[in-house]
Write a protein that binds this ligand. Sequence first.
Ligand code: TRP
Length: 74
Amino acid sequence: MTSNNGRDYIVIKALEDGVQVIGLTRGTDTRFHHSEKLDQGEIMVAQFTEHTSAVKVRGKALIQSSYGEIRNDE
Ligand code: TRP
């Protein structure tokens, strides 16, 4: 695998239309800073960065990371 600059990637695949991927800020203040809408079958590949400490996924999706795979439609 090529370098990912020390940052973990996660993959989010939408299992329905209108799935929201929301980035939350790193630091003392935890707030939404970005929201991305995915339609069914669309995939987002994202990293945790200096600006993004957490990701909230709203809607049915398949999420893959180095910790494994999780679906939130069960
Ligand atoms: N500019 C943001 C950042 O560097 C972009 C980003 C990275 C992002 N990972 C994300 C946005 C996850 C939403 C979800 O942090």
